[in-house]
Design a protein around this ligand. Sequence first.
Ligand code: E4P
Length: 214
Amino acid sequence: MKFFLDTANIGEIKEALALGVVAGVTTNPSLIAKEKQDVKAVIREIARLVPGPVSAEVIGVTFAEMVAEARELAKLGDNVVIKVPITADGLKTVAALTAEGIKTNVTLIFSVNQALLAARAGATYVSPFVGRLDDIGHDGMKLVKDTTDIFAIHGIETEVIAASIRHPLHVTEAALAGAHIATVPYKVLLALLNHPLTDAGIARFLEDWRKAMQ
Ligand code: E4P
């Protein structure tokens, strides 16, 4: 399983890239809005920094709006992937963009059937939202597992991005469920590093070293 970073914050992206584990970035309109900057400038800068796919989401809701917006976003970098919501117009958009050689990430996936439709329309990625399903008492990770299983059974090459990841256990479970990618907020990425025994171990090594060298 690869790691993508789920943010539009340039500072977080630079810090995370330095860790050497981030293979791509996903954004969404809420994340971009938080940055209070020109959307195109932000996406262009992220695409320049990241040596991997960068998902930028369309705001339009009709086929015509989504395709027009996607074509503009795709010009911001060779690695820009167009994030499209799973609606009828979204599916049409995915099919049209696929025919033009533009990669897509179908977002707001909450059922296996939505994921299957997106894949058959040509999606490069599908993004099942784990945390938001958990929030309403459903099993978000089961959707990731079922989707990866069904894609494997049918030889579907669309990659599954476990999205709406809220904590480290989600990451472990996504890997076990066979997700190709987990897109994680920066704070969750950092939390993956933490273990109290690691901290205690470093402190003890340093203390032993200090005593021996006195
Ligand atoms: C996925 O691509 C989305 O940007 C994101 O993971 C949504 O996460 P949230 O449900 O925590 O907002």
